[in-house]
Design a protein around this ligand. Structure first.
Ligand code: COA
Length: 152
């Protein structure tokens, strides 16, 4: 595996991000959605870079006091190599304070993602019925509360 660098996502990364996004999701985000998220000053948006290519990315926004993990995806050719793990670890390294809260929605059929989130301490907190418009699939709502780390 090539060395993996995790760094801030920038506007110039977005063409590559959109290409991965289209391979990763049945209903991908548009370029405009990524631009909007990147423009939010309180968000944390990260890129995973290997051999100068974007192999994964993560978009996390802060609403009120809660972090919302809005999007995370890895190139289908680079999965199961720890890329998403590295992105999430970097997020927690940057944002975790004792009591900090994170939430996300995930398709109930998305076992790989659910297993990954559980490994990171996310727990199911209910279901939003028919949340995904494309196939009316339910969303599992997950939460994580950071424990133990004091403000830097
Ligand atoms: C979910 C996703 C981001 C995981 O990315 P990844 O880089 O392959 O994940 P990692 O290699 O860091 O895996 C971390 C852990 O997640 C779990 N996991 C990941 N893929 C899995 C799979 N296919 N089946 C079961 N568990 C899986 C495992 O516990 C894994 O640890 P392990 O490899 O040591 O067993 C990737 O599969 C993806 O892009 N999926 C499509 C987009 C998506 O569904 N995003 C989430 C939307 S909510």
């Amino acid at each position: 595996m090539e060395p993996l660098e995790i760094r801030r996502l920038s506007y110039s990364d977005l063409p590559q991000v959109v290409a991965v996004e289209r391979r990763a999701f049945p209903t991908p985000w548009s370029l405009a959605m990524f631009v909007l998220e990147l423009s939010k000053p309180s968000g944390i948006c990260l890129a995973a870079v290997q051999a100068e290519r974007i192999t994964g990315y993560m978009v996390c926004s802060r609403y009120d006091t809660v972090w919302h993990l809005m999007n995370i995806a890895v190139d289908p050719d680079r999965r199961r190599e720890g890329v998403a793990t590295a992105l999430i670890e970097k997020l927690f390294e940057t944002a975790d304070r004792d009591g900090e809260q994170y939430t996300l929605e995930v398709r109930t059929s998305n076992t790989p993602a659910i297993e990954m989130y559980e490994r990171f301490g996310f727990r199911s907190a209910g279901v939003r019925r028919g949340y995904y418009h494309d196939n009316k699939e339910d969303a599992l709502i997950m939460w994580r509360t950071a424990r133990g780390r004091q403000p830097a």
